[in-house]
Each structure stands twice: as structure tokens, then as C-alpha cells.
Design a protein. Structure first.
Length: 168
């Protein structure tokens, strides 16, 4: 009979160790607690509406997206909050603004444009991920065009999937 005790090679198999904070790498909840006030200010509906006032303001926010692991987490939070805002019932109550375009139109057009013009796979994936939630069926062909143009296989595959999803 084997009396040797099994030792899991995964250093984080023990939940306690996995949940220990590291000074240079805070856990999400720690980061959130440190930046709670900034997050509240950034996610204020009036601030979010400013990001969709026109395509230029939307693109200004999207240009803050950087390559892998270099984007400020607050920027990602604002991008996601903007997507939520344009899809909220409150935003849909006032559909026409600024030259006849509503916030969803402005935001999804900017996401699509930035995904198409960026050469960074990480930025493209971030934009495509947001388009999954706010893209419109009329944009499906343009999303598939991003897939065809992309150099990175993961972007090609994801853009093709997003194109199929929003086409429905």
C-alpha cells in the first residue's frame, strides 16, 4: 500500500494562498476599494453621456485603450460602463440627440471604427467585446470585415463570432 501523501503541484491549489494579496498586484476587490470614489465619478450618467456626445468624444475615450496589460483599469471600467449606459432603458428614452444619432449609434460606430483602425490585437478585442453588447444587426457586415482584415487569428475568430452574434 502506498502511504505517500499526494502533493498538488499547483501553488494556488490552496484557496488561502491564492487569496493572499500581493503588494504590487492588488486583487480586484482591493483595487475597487482604493478607487471607489474615482469609479463613482467616472460612472456618473452625465459623465458617461459625455463620452457619447459625438463620435469624436467616443473615440477620445477609446484611444485610451492600450496594448496588453497597459491600459489603466479605470479606462476599462469607463468603457464598459459606457456600453451599459447606451443600452440602459434611461438612454433609450431619449433616442435622438446630436444630429439624429442616439448614444448607442455613436458608441457602437466608434467601437467599430476603433476596432477596424487599431493594429493592436488587445485593443481590437476590447472593442469587439463591447460590440457584443451594443452592436446592431446593421453593423454585422462591418464587424466581419474587421475579421477579414485582422492579422491576429484570435481577432479574426472573435470578430467573426461577434459578427454572427449581432446579425441575429
Amino acid at each position: 500500500m502506498n502511504t505517500e501523501k499526494y502533493v498538488d503541484p499547483n501553488p494556488y491549489s490552496d484557496y488561502t494562498k491564492a487569496m493572499q494579496p500581493e503588494a504590487c498586484d492588488p486583487m480586484a476587490v482591493e483595487w475597487h476599494n482604493m478607487y471607489e470614489t474615482a469609479l463613482e465619478r467616472a460612472a456618473d450618467p452625465t459623465v458617461l453621456d459625455g463620452h457619447t456626445a459625438n463620435v469624436e468624444s467616443a473615440m477620445a475615450l477609446l484611444r485610451c485603450l492600450k496594448g496588453a496589460y497597459t491600459t489603466d483599469p479605470l479606462v476599462f471600467a469607463v468603457v464598459a460602463a459606457t456600453t451599459q449606459r447606451v443600452m440602459s432603458p434611461a438612454a433609450r428614452k431619449c433616442p435622438l440627440r446630436f444630429w439624429g444619432k442616439n448614444a448607442r449609434d455613436v458608441w457602437s460606430e466608434a467601437l467599430l471604427a476603433h476596432a477596424g483602425e487599431s493594429t493592436d490585437a488587445y485593443v481590437q478585442m476590447a472593442c469587439l467585446d463591447q460590440l457584443r453588447w451594443c452592436g446592431k444587426p446593421s453593423q454585422a457586415a462591418a464587424v466581419r470585415a474587421v475579421a477579414e482584415k485582422a492579422k491576429d487569428k484570435s481577432v479574426k475568430d472573435f470578430a467573426a463570432m461577434v459578427g454572427r452574434e449581432i446579425a441575429k
